[in-house]
Design a protein around this ligand. Sequence first.
Ligand SMILES: [Fe+2]
Length: 216
Amino acid sequence: MIFNYKIPIFKYSLEDWDSKKSKILSLLETKFSSSEQIRQGYREQIENSHGLRNQPTTEVETDFYEGFTQNWKDTPHYKGDMIELLLPELRKLVEDSGIPPRYDATAMWYERAKKTEVHGVHDHGAKGISAVLYVELNDNQKGTRFYSEWGEDFALDLDVKEGDIIFFPCWLKHGGSKNTEDEIRTIVSFNMIRIRPEEDEWEPSDTDYQNFTVHV
Ligand SMILES: [Fe+2]
């Protein structure tokens, strides 16, 4: 090894959490009411195409895959409202991390784990910044567990509580440990990618990846 370097993970606690929590839960309410349908879609995706098929223990409820059948830009319906609620923390992230503007949220989804359910080790792609907001997390439930790139023998359980949001590099391997509680554990996650400063909107295409040359 030539040298060690640090991997940035930022954590913030949302202010006025009780009020924001009820707003977020009401934004997600329509999704929760079709949870069985969403779970079934997720199972099919795991079986058919996603790399998670190698992780038989992965079993959570998520609307993640809806972005593949609809336009990520407009999906999910709660993305704009959620970003609005998170603006204070996003501004703190820009200030603390020194990341240059501008980043766009390119994908957002929620995840719910019932008792015994777990989300196996995964990452969110090669570049960008990922976020996890802990919407329902009781004192005995664990948050995200991060893993070393070189194996799962080194793991870091972040000390988080409900109402916290964390930001980390997309490529950093992580997972949601088994929910040992009767209460459901709920998170909202999203990815952000840097866009060219002169662009007002990002229209993804297969050919313009060279525009996004800055890794974070
Ligand atoms: Fe994740």
